[in-house]
Design a protein around this ligand. Structure first.
Ligand code: HAM
Length: 443
């Protein structure tokens, strides 16, 4: 195992974050806007509220799992497992562990481990957590990134897929994001996929000379992945490739029809995309992605992806359990929000500035009263120059500011100033929080 190299303690050592792993801070903007913590707060609020409305339960599974869980679920031949997973030996030396590259495998593992198939096979879960993939450095591709995800176990009906689509759609709509396109495909199941793969492989073999080196490789190992190669030559070939949704068995075909009808009935617009195959092997039938063009230079970028994985739970030793879900990239959503709406300020309702040191206790009491009334309040506890304190109130985007000093304490009256208009009114200190609440309610 690698040893941590320690510098002598008298040497000042400047350590930066690991490449591809980012701090999420309130000050982030511009290129860093995917990591602005205020935008994250908005996203998390909308996500939590959406799952409340859909009656999904939040779960938390460990960030570390046995590496073989992902090898079995996501697939040995995938880039995620083959090239990108962070693996390390357990200290006992007996197991190889991995930082989770995605959330579905851990959720399915937990479903099986706790015997939920017997107890209550219908489980509708959501999670929000960090995922780790050692990806090539690229815009909007990080080595630690966060996913909001949902996994719905136990329902084979296509409407469970529609519900998953509806959750994604609701989150995007409630965040006010536009210009995101839903792409839909069906990858069939164990009945019809083998015949489709034969057909696809035969077609691709005929065009092998026109494919890139990687795809010539994939052709034999994982022909579906040739369909989503971005190389122009490969794209020209795959334009004419047979589409899986044209070669489904009757039950898969009916399922796909009902997913589409369900989406239409809920007003969820989509486009069929025969090239959408996903980079994880566990999918059966429905597969989808939400793509945003605003993130890419020419190329659309997925903000969300998911689908059905009816075989996974059984493969992990559980009972036959249909399942469907999605994962959404939080940083990508935040980048879109920063582009569309900018970076929000903190916006405390009340900013209390100290006119002089005598007012410290009263300022604390006033802020406490405001907070107990449910209003956000900030005090500039540095005190000192008033101009500096008030410029901070501006910077923080405070709605109202009040200065408390000896005069205000003596008279029991202070000037409550609305920062956007500059309008100030004299208010008795004992009524200040009530007055503030009334004014905020009126706006
Ligand atoms: P995924 O398509 O691999 O699916 O990831 C879902 C989303 O996570 C992507 O659409 C993207 O927004 C975000 N994402 C993925 N990799 C990165 C990265 N390196 N940097 C930033 N964002 C990234 C899954 O992980 C499946 N577990 C989804 C699922 C759940 N399917 C069924 N249930």
């Amino acid at each position: 195992m690698a040893r941590v190299i320690r510098a002598p303690s008298e040497v000042v050592l400047k350590i930066t974050s690991v490449k591809g792993m980012n701090d999420v801070l309130p000050t982030a903007e511009g290129e860093e806007s995917p990591f602005n913590s205020r935008i994250w707060e908005n996203v998390e609020g909308v996500v939590r509220e959406t799952f409340r409305r859909f009656a999904f339960d939040r779960v938390r599974t460990p960030v570390v799992e046995e590496a073989q869980l992902f090898a079995r679920s996501v697939g040995e031949a995938t880039d995620i497992v083959g090239k990108e997973m962070y693996t390390f030996p357990d200290r006992s030396g007996k197991k190889v562990l991995a930082l989770q590259p995605e959330g579905t495998a851990g959720a399915a593992r937990a479903f099986v481990e706790h015997g939920l198939g017997m107890r209550d096979p219908v489980q509708r879960w959501w999670y929000l957590g960090p995922m780790f993939r050692h990806e090539r450095q690229q815009r909007f591709r990080y080595r630690q990134f966060y996913q909001v995800g949902a996994e719905s176990f136990g329902v084979a009906a296509p409407e469970a897929d529609v519900e998953i689509l509806a959750i994604c759609n609701t989150i995007l709509r409630e965040l006010g994001l536009e210009g995101i396109e839903l792409r839909l495909n069906s990858l069939g199941d164990a009945e019809c996929r083998p015949a489709y793969l034969e057909l696809l492989t035969a077609y691709l073999r005929k065009h092998a000379d026109e494919l890139c080196g990687d795809c010539r490789d994939r052709l034999e190992r994982n022909p579906l992945r040739v369909l989503d190669c971005k190389n122009e030559g490969c794209r020209a070939v795959t334009t004419g490739a047979p589409a899986s949704y044209d070669h489904l068995c009757a039950p898969c075909s009916e399922h796909f029809e009902r997913v589409q009808a369900g989406a239409k009935a809920l007003g969820i617009a989509y486009r069929l995309d025969s090239r959408l195959v996903r980079g994880l092997d566990y999918y059966t039938r429905t597969a989808f992605e939400f793509l945003a063009s605003a993130l890419g230079s020419g190329q659309q970028t997925a903000v969300c992806g998911g689908g059905r994985y009816d075989a996974l739970v059984k493969m992990l030793g559980g009972p036959d359990t249909p399942a469907t879900g999605f994962g959404m990239g939080v940083e990508r959503i935040c980048a879109l929000l920063a582009q569309a709406k900018g970076i929000p300020a903190a916006h405390p309702a009340l900013f209390v500035a100290l006119g002089d040191e005598a007012a410290r206790d009263r300022a604390m009491a006033l802020a406490t009263e405001a907070r107990n009334a449910g209003l956000s309040a900030e005090i500039d506890l540095r005190g000192g120059k008033l101009a500096r304190q008030l410029s901070r109130a501006d910077k923080r985007g405070a709605r109202f500011a009040v200065v408390l000093g000896t005069t205000e304490l003596e008279t029991g009256v202070a000037r409550l100033k609305e920062l956007a208009t500059g309008q100030a009114t004299e208010v008795a200190l004992v009524n200040l929080v009530g007055e503030l609440a009334a004014r905020l309610a009126r706006r």
